[in-house]
Write a protein that binds this ligand. Structure first.
Ligand SMILES: [Zn+2]
Length: 454
């Protein structure tokens, strides 16, 4: 390792230490060790911790927020009865109405705790798959705890304080900040950014050449942008001379063809990280390829008759954000639990299946609702498609926009049309439009499916 790179790493470690001491206090390291110990503990230990946090949060929400106070009153719920139902035999909070995005939009003020003065609220927002931004509040405790969890889980992928990291990311709200402040932050964190919004060949080439000298240890990326970068490297017969410990993929669905190309080109494993700006890190993939649920910060439910066999909407309860409690928040993704014990040795429960960012819900003429994740799934393993977007224009007509490559065939086309007609009806026309690109919406999260009917 060059002297320059070693010095940069040492400098960055010291800067991280200063930053964490400033934000989280002088004893943050011992808190970090406690966090790790809990995540590594036997399953019953962490579940019992989670139950206590859940009770505390519900008690706090009902006592200090108008929204939950009214909700309990309207539904005739008694706090003491409900808390009694949270015990080692069953953790049942299903009597509390799930929190919909619509309610967050309409009841923003009523969802905030009266205990927190306005100046303690940290405003945040998400673009959402509908393109309608959702505004909400978090507090310093939430952010500190969120960071502890991210530090712990990112280490599974080889990340550590001060290690050089390439970031391929692009949410406008992340990139729009003060330019020099942003660059300063990237510098002390030892990060290099490639903007996922404008992945031109020249930007990718410049980054590739820089990485040959800079030698990143990990990459954090949107999977679609990571895929584009891997494809650029592969198409141009370039060989990365850096040895990565791992890649963290986040914020979008990690498709199999993204994974296989990027893992081959970068010669390392991708660790899928699942979370949302509203609630933080929800689950992280381990070395054995299972998604472990972050039970320290999150209580996760599946809105389904049988959460272990039938996928349903994920309902997320965030256990640390007391300024604005999110209880049973319908985040918009679909999943299924698993009761498996993971061979990696970690005993955190497992999210058995994750059906991506739930996008649009389609509706057939007879009123049947078809979840957008169905269509997204039809494109798994189809190598001829780089990008797609399915738009339901009317009950009778869909438009399928495709960015294809040389492996695209007429059979693939027939197969996909068939799969769409299987659920929407044989009489529905599917018009395929081949396009050069499908532009990103402002939020930066791709909209795979759009329904103008619903
Ligand atoms: Zn595992």
């Amino acid at each position: 390792m060059s002297i320059h790179r070693s010095a940069k790493k040492v400098f960055s470690k010291v800067a991280w230490h200063a930053y964490n001491t400033h934000r989280k206090g002088f004893f943050y390291r011992s808190q970090l060790s406690k966090t790790a110990a809990l995540f590594n503990a036997p399953r019953e230990t962490i579940l019992s911790f989670q139950r206590e946090r859940l009770k505390q949060l519900i008690r706090h929400a009902v006592r200090t927020t108008p929204y939950y106070r009214d909700l309990f009153k309207d539904f005739g719920l008694k706090l003491s009865d409900l808390l009694r139902e949270i015990n080692a035999d069953s953790t049942d909070i299903s009597k509390i109405l799930p929190l919909e995005k619509q309610a967050v939009r309409k009841q923003l003020k009523n969802l905030c705790s009266e205990l927190f003065p306005t100046y303690q609220r940290i405003e945040n927002a998400t673009g959402g798959s509908t393109g309608t931004p959702l505004q909400f509040y978090q507090d310093r405790t939430y952010w500190n705890q969120r960071n502890f969890s991210v530090y712990y889980f990112d280490r599974w992928a080889g990340w550590d304080f001060g290690e050089p990291q390439l970031i391929i990311w692009g949410a406008l709200s992340d990139v729009n900040g003060d330019y020099w402040k942003q660059n300063l932050n990237r510098f002390w964190r030892n990060q290099h950014w490639l903007n996922g919004f404008h992945l031109s060949d020249s930007a990718m080439h410049i980054t590739f050449k820089k990485m040959q000298r800079w030698q990143p240890k990990t990459i954090l990326a949107y999977p679609s942008s990571l895929y584009q970068f891997a494809k650029f490297i592969s198409d141009n017969n370039l060989t990365p001379k850096w040895k990565l410990k791992g890649i963290i993929s986040s914020a979008e669905m990690l498709h199999l063809h993204y994974r296989s190309l990027a893992e081959t080109v970068f010669d390392t494993k991708i660790y899928n990280r699942y979370g949302g700006r509203e609630v933080g890190l929800i689950a992280m993939e381990c070395a054995e390829g299972r998604m472990h649920i972050n039970c320290r910060d999150i209580y996760l439910e599946v809105d389904s008759e049988d959460p272990y066999t039938k996928p349903g909407d994920l309902l997320v309860t965030q256990l640390n954000n007391y300024t604005m409690p999110f209880i049973r928040y319908r985040i918009g993704d679909i999943g299924r639990l698993s009761d498996e014990m993971c061979p990696c040795g970690n005993q955190l429960p497992i999210l058995g299946e994750l059906l991506g960012r739930s996008t649009a819900t389609f509706k057939t003429k007879d009123g049947t609702l078809i979840h957008g994740g169905y269509f997204t799934q039809q494109f798994y393993n189809i190598v001829g498609v780089n990008q797609f977007q399915l738009i339901q224009e009317t009950f009778e007509k869909c438009v399928l926009k495709l960015v294809v490559n040389e492996q695209w065939t007429a059979e693939t086309s027939n197969h996909i049309v068939q799969k769409i007609q299987d659920v929407l009806g044989a009489e529905v026309s599917v018009k395929i439009e081949f396009v050069d690109e499908i532009p990103l919406p402002k939020s930066g999260k791709r909209e795979f499916t759009i329904s103008k009917v619903t």
